[in-house]
Design a protein around this ligand. Structure first.
Ligand SMILES: Cc1ncc(COP(=O)(O)O)c(C=O)c1O
Length: 476
């Protein structure tokens, strides 16, 4: 019988690599094997500990308060600040929205004002908590416009949001002006620094030009910062900070309305593994301030070299001037961005396709890691080849029959039969299995081009149907 761990290793070989600096989304790589080892061992040591009850596992409480303290220092937080370690950026965002909503039980149909570039986690929060998202268009530089945001605030607004930076374009919103208009109306202002919160303070320290966004900005009431991104911690930790304990109070949940233990939670989870928190604590403690400053130097050197290299490449340009470690690339007409992504994958690089949205064209996303620095020359060479190949193969066309099929579908009533029909029309049904297994093509450009044609609502419906198919159980 094969050892389970051998089986895992062999299954994992088909996944995107998490080390090596060539996966430019989903993973963040310090390039330091010792740090990864320490993180992994700490996760394993605490995998069975339960953060549900901090009095039963006092070491977890100590780690949490220390981690929150470190983040508070990094973000110029006042003495009053409090925080919670959550499972990730989405949970921090969900809790920020739930807390803002529950601070105003008197508001019947609460709303939140979001720049159109705010992370999808806010739409998830809107969906879960019944808070209406009021979407405000951003300026031509992809930054939120404080005047339009101010005009969107009304008596039902419980939260105003800014990003530092936005995921899709990597730019920091004008937080000072946005927080000021929120404060003027007595509304909370959350800064979503999930992806930039750890690295931007080091960027400022290194003399880079970063717009103000921390608790030093008056009117900012809460900030989310992920540790499993640019703190290079193992997956499963983010921190949600509130300026005062009063602002945080509605985040907590207690229930004594049953015969068991009184449930008392600071997060959405109740039982929660101590592993991710221990992993983050161990990585933070091992790297220390000097370690993070070195990693920030490396990642920004990589960002600058990639950004400069892009300007020399034909058919590619930067969408927006990056404030942090994220780049969005646009392509000239005649160079299909989705084909560039496929061509990069064929050369061992993962870059992420981003669909066209609200009049802005499709782009290619790169989250740059410190570990990418030694490979920048190879990355630029791969991009040059990928662009040449995409230009040579010409635009990706969606079969008119498939386009017409999609145009006729109603996203609110997409049935299994509709989805099967689309799979068949698009040639995505495999031969194996009685129900026809999904046959994912090696190259995704055609599928992405098809999704890019569809409305956002249709994209959502198609991908939900896809996920449903993908996650059917394997039975023996
Ligand atoms: C700005 C921002 N907010 C929230 C999130 C959600 O984080 P997670 O994927 O950890 O749930 C992300 C993820 O990339 C992000 O970039």
């Amino acid at each position: 019988m094969t050892d389970a761990l051998d089986q895992l290793r062999s299954m994992q070989a088909a996944d995107l690599p998490v080390h090596g600096g060539r996966t430019l989304a989903y993973v963040y790589d310090s390039g330091l094997p010792d740090i990864d080892r320490i993180g992994r061992e700490a996760v394993a040591a605490y995998a069975g500990s339960n953060g549900l009850d901090p009095t039963a596992f006092p070491s977890l409480l100590r780690m949490e308060t220390e981690v929150v303290g470190i983040v508070a220092d990094l973000l110029a937080a006042p003495e009053t600040v409090v925080g919670t370690v959550t499972s990730g950026g989405t949970e921090s965002v969900l809790l920020a929205v739930q807390t803002a909503r529950d601070a105003h039980p008197e508001i019947d149909r609460p709303r939140m004002v979001l720049p159109s570039t705010a992370h999808a986690a806010f739409h998830k929060a809107a969906h879960y908590f019944g808070v209406e998202p009021v979407l405000v268009p951003v300026g031509p530089d992809f930054r939120a416009d404080p005047a339009t945001m101010a005009a969107a605030i009304d008596d039902r607004t419980v939260l105003v949001v800014a990003s530092a930076p936005s995921y899709a374009h990597g730019v920091v919103d004008p937080v000072t002006a946005i927080a000021a208009v929120a404060a003027e109306r007595g509304v909370r202002c959350h800064v979503d620094a999930c992806i930039g919160g750890w690295v931007l303070p080091y960027a400022s320290r290194l003399g880079r030009d970063v717009p103000a966004w921390t608790f030093a900005v008056e009117g900012v009431t809460s900030i989310s910062v992920d540790l499993h991104k640019y703190a290079y911690a193992p997956k499963g930790t983010s921190v949600l900070l509130h300026r005062t304990p009063q602002l945080r109070r509605p985040q907590f949940f207690a229930s004594a309305s049953w015969p068991g233990y009184t449930m008392l939670n600071s997060t959405m989870q109740s039982t929660k593994s101590g592993g991710p928190l221990a992993g983050a604590w161990a990585v933070l403690t091992s790297l220390g301030d000097a370690g993070y400053e070195r990693l920030a130097r490396d990642v920004f050197e990589a960002v600058d070299r990639i950004a400069a290299g892009i300007t020399d490449l034909p058919a590619l340009s930067l969408a927006g001037k990056p404030d942090s470690t994220l780049l969005a690339l646009t392509t000239d007409a005649g160079c299909d961005p989705f084909t560039v992504c496929d061509e990069m994958a064929a050369r061992g690089w993962y870059v992420q396709p981003q669909m066209s949205y609200a009049g802005a064209p499709a782009t290619i996303h790169l989250s740059v890691s410190a570990a990418t620095l030694p490979h920048v020359t190879e990355l630029l060479a791969a991009l040059r080849e990928a662009v040449a190949a995409a230009v040579a193969s010409g635009p990706v066309s969606v079969d008119p029959g498939v386009a017409a099929f999609i145009a006729d579908l109603d996203p609110r009533a997409l049935s299994d039969d509709d989805f099967d029909g689309l799979l068949a029309a698009a040639g995505l049904v495999g031969e194996a299995g009685p129900d026809g297994d999904l046959a994912l093509p090696q190259r995704m450009a055609e599928v992405n081009a098809m999704l890019n044609l569809a409305s956002p609502a249709m994209r959502e419906a198609l991908l939900v149907a896809f996920l449903d198919r993908l996650t059917r159980p394997r039975r023996s």
